[in-house]
Ligand binder design. Structure first.
Ligand code: ZN
Length: 96
């Protein structure tokens, strides 16, 4: 499953997204356009395949130390944090 890296694209950001964050997504899932924490506009950062591999090999602790937040999918549209700062769970379900 590819890892997508997002960074805030607007002026606003929160502790969760200000340094960028990673999200594991299936190819068929829609890309995020906003931070799941503060809803600030975010853009997907294109990263090289070899960078993906390197980042994937990092332990969650190392990811957190580098300022990344990593989530893993636990059920449909629900992600559990495995490293970094941010809410323990996020959901793609936009309708509260
Ligand atoms: Zn945010």
């Amino acid at each position: 499953m590819p890892i997508y890296v997002y960074q805030p694209s607007g002026d606003s950001s929160c502790d969760f997204c200000s340094a960028g964050f990673e999200k594991l997504e299936k190819l068929t899932e829609p890309r995020l356009s906003t931070c799941p924490h503060c809803a600030a506009p975010c853009k997907q950062v294109i990263t090289a395949p070899n960078l993906h591999a390197g980042m994937s090999s990092l332990k969650p602790k190392n990811l957190a130390e580098k300022g990344f937040t990593q989530y893993r999918k636990v059920s449909k549209g629900v992600y559990e944090k495995s490293a970094g700062k941010g809410p323990q769970y996020i959901s793609d379900d936009g309708k509260d």
